[in-house]
Design a protein around this ligand. Structure first.
Ligand SMILES: Cc1cc2nc3c(=O)[nH]c(=O)nc-3n(C[C@H](O)[C@H](O)[C@H](O)COP(=O)(O)OP(=O)(O)OC[C@H]3O[C@@H](n4cnc5c(N)ncnc54)[C@H](O)[C@@H]3O)c2cc1C
Length: 680
């Protein structure tokens, strides 16, 4: 079902055009989102005008009435963030009877972190398990999640999650998931996911996106498709909410945003409530450095947009945050550093066929084939620089391929074609290899000699690694490290999600430091802290936001709007400096003396080279064209669209990066500068 375009922007136009206000005509409807001009906004200055007939004290008591904004918009429900949580919340709120929902999103697209993941999901007692003939219980799921989180999760919220998760997966199934192809194990869609601490039963699901050019995960695809069918859900893109403002009844019903396209501020007014669904802080290295003991060494695996600022915005409106839980920053022991400080899940997995990991001191420190992820994860975090080098040989690569377990190798590292093959170091001798990767040569040689001796001896080595040759999910062959050529791939601790955030009650209302619900303010998704405990359980990163988004969407519509204490900041508020971006020290490009002509330059890109053409006319940039690129399409699109035009307009390569696509922005900038260098 297509929306009426006019209704997206103006409710008035929507009514005139006769569009239906809801998904189904029979669904309860109050009204669609409304927009009004700046003159309806009460400016603080105006309120201060002396006027005999007014009661100035009364206006001064309602801070939300005195907001200065260029535009006003009103809806039953305002949702901040169009990730999995925000999208699911919007659908649930609309289905529950909200007449109008506005999602405010700072990027130019939906999905948030879902743009970066193929989106493994999990659930117990689901339709998928039923069709697979797998018996499972929610109790077992809850126990596993509690145990995976080192017993530090919130059992009541996990119980609520497990109950609703069944319905959420059923809803996804009924809305298209049943049509997807899944990665299967033994002919079943319900699988074990060895990249995480294993569940006691197969309850992870890995559907593959149908439109891989635009989507990485099925959940994102389904949510987007569904949202498009609702006329009463509007998404305001490129609008970052910077502040929540309470009213005279202590209710938080106003969010102030800034639209970077129109350069206007917008006051979003909610009649029922505001749902903050702004995600975690896996894109903020400063927060990792501040809250994880070894965090300054971690690779950032989350989106730039996952900056944690939403947590601070809520704290300024009184939200409680447990500082201990902010330290719950799980890592993956499999980060490939593709750009300084930034990483993707890219382990080479050579240890499955006999390779070893050594640290910066050239020593092994863990059983590489351990079937538990958490000990491997924490062991890596503690190593110097949180880096481990996977050491292997050609024979090990051959054996991994022979066992059909070389998917990551082929994707990332295969010479010539693998997108990360330039990151492999190799040498004829171990001493040379050690020198290249900067570990002590004698230590590496000794480590390998000891390991090779252990392989000869068979049995179990000093780290508990089984060298008997038994084939498991973590070991397909045993080999010594010996041959004509030696290889090393650096793998670092990688953060793709965080587990701290604001505190909520069981209704997903944000609570203040005294434990009282802040009227009107709800939160869902990764921005909520303390649900899962210290470590991640597979598939809850995707399903948690969807499940709690649904619950929150329903609650915001159904729960009475209470009155509370005047809104004031919490005693603990995250430091503002944690969100300041490092200023670029680069001097602006000297545009003098450019000769007219067409110039081309090629730079390294995400998955291959990027070629850019610049046309100079009358000494100015006339055109910037990205001729070819291998960027991740759905992430890079806003930069590919906006940066060339911005450069032409500014007649300079020094334009701001597009949020969420900073790496692509930087590559275009670099290529354009190289073109301009040629024009000198
Ligand atoms: C590489 C990677 C792989 C992953 N793999 C898996 C997996 O396989 N399985 C799994 O379960 N989990 C996985 N996760 C985690 C999971 O994807 C996330 O936890 C989940 O998608 C978070 O959803 P969310 O809606 O809470 O937040 P997000 O997806 O972060 O969405 C938040 C949205 O809010 C917007 N926003 C933020 N602040 C503002 C503001 N002030 N104003 C307006 N908009 C704002 C953001 O732009 C974003 O669109 C992975 C994560 C990553 C990064």
């Amino acid at each position: 079902m297509r929306k009426c375009g006019a209704a997206l922007l103006l409710a008035a136009a929507m009514v005139l055009a006769g569009c239906s206000s809801g998904k189904e005509a029979s669904e309860p409807v109050t009204q669609a989102p409304t927009t009004s001009a700046a003159d309806t906004t009460k400016a603080a200055g105006e309120a201060a005008q002396p006027e005999e007939t007014k009661a100035p004290e009364q206006e001064a008591e309602d801070p939300s009435a005195n907001i200065q904004a260029d535009e006003e918009k009103e809806a039953d429900v305002i949702i901040v963030g169009a990730g999995g949580a925000g999208l699911a919340a919007a659908i649930a709120a609309a289905d529950e009877g909200a007449g109008s929902v506005i999602i405010v999103e700072k990027l130019g697209k939906t999905g948030g972190s879902l743009n970066f993941t193929s989106g493994s999901m999990s659930g117990a007692e689901t339709i998928i398990q039923e069709l697979d003939g797998i018996e499972d219980t929610k109790e077992s799921y809850i126990e596993d999640i509690m145990s995976n989180g080192a017993g530090l999760g919130n059992k009541e919220l996990i119980q609520i999650f497990a109950d609703e998760d069944v319905d959420a997966i059923q809803w996804l199934w009924d809305h298209g998931l049943s049509e997807y192809t899944f990665s299967e194990q033994n002919g079943k869609k319900s699988v074990f996911a060895p990249e995480h601490q294993l569940y006691s039963i197969q309850r992870t699901y890995k559907p593959k996106a149908m439109d891989p050019a635009n989507y990485k995960s099925a959940v994102h695809e389904i949510l987007d498709k569904e949202i498009a069918g609702y006329d009463n859900i509007q998404i305001d893109y490129y609008t970052e909410v910077t502040e929540l403002v309470g009213n005279d009844k202590g209710q938080v019903l106003t969010a102030v945003g800034y639209n970077s396209d129109s350069k206007k501020t917008v006051a979003y007014r909610a009649k029922k409530g505001i749902i903050m669904a702004t995600g975690g802080y896996s894109g903020n290295p400063k927060m990792m450095g501040e809250y994880a003991e070894y965090g300054e060494n971690y690779l950032v695996g989350g989106a730039d947009s996952a900056d944690g600022k939403g947590i601070r915005i809520m704290q300024e409106a009184g939200a409680a945050v447990d500082q201990e839980k902010l330290t719950y920053i799980p890592t993956f022991p499999m980060g490939l550093e593709y750009s300084e400080g930034k990483g993707a899940i890219g382990d080479v997995y050579m240890w499955k066929a006999g390779g070893i990991y050594v640290n910066q001191e050239g020593q092994r420190f863990i059983n590489e084939t351990l079937d538990e992820v958490v000990p491997r994860e924490t062991a890596l975090e503690e190593q110097t620089g949180a880096v481990q080098y996977n050491i292997f040989t050609d024979k090990i690569v051959e054996d991994l391929k022979a066992a059909n377990a070389a998917f990551m190798w082929e994707y990332y590292y295969e010479p010539e074609t693998g997108i990360g093959h330039k990151l492999i170091q190799s040498a004829d001798t171990l001493e040379e290899l050690a020198q290249i990767i900067g570990v002590p040569g004698d230590a590496l040689v000794k480590t390998v000699e000891e390991y090779n001796a252990a392989v000869d001896a068979g049995g179990t080595d000093e780290f508990g690694r089984d060298l008997s040759g038994a084939v498991t999910a973590y070991s397909v062959a045993v080999n010594k490290i010996e041959g004509d050529r030696y290889y090393a791939v650096p793998i670092k601790a990688l953060v793709v999600m965080t587990l701290g955030g604001v505190t909520v009650n069981n209704d997903m209302q944000v609570v203040d430091e005294a434990g009282n619900a802040i009227p009107g303010l709800y939160a869902a998704g990764e921005v909520v802290g303390g649900i899962w405990g210290r470590f991640v359980s597979g598939g809850t990163g995707v399903m948690g936001p969807v499940v709690f988004g649904r619950i929150t969407g329903r609650n915001v519509v159904n729960m009475d709007l209470a009155e509370g204490q005047p809104v004031k900041a919490a005693s603990f508020v995250l430091e503002e400096s944690l969100f300041e971006k490092e200023e670029s020290k680069a001097e602006s490009y000297d545009m003098s003396g450019l000769k007219d002509g067409s110039y081309e330059a090629t730079v390294d890109g995400q998955n291959g080279e990027m070629t850019v053409q610049v046309v100079v006319e009358d000494g100015k940039i006339k055109e910037v064209n990205v001729v070819s690129n291998h960027e991740t399409e759905n992430i890079a699109a806003p930069a590919l669209e906006k940066i060339p035009a911005a450069m032409v307009e500014a007649n300079s390569p020094d334009v701001d990066s597009v949020t969420g696509a900073t790496l692509t922005s930087g590559r275009i900038r670099e290529a354009v500068k190289q073109c301009l260098d040629q024009a000198k």
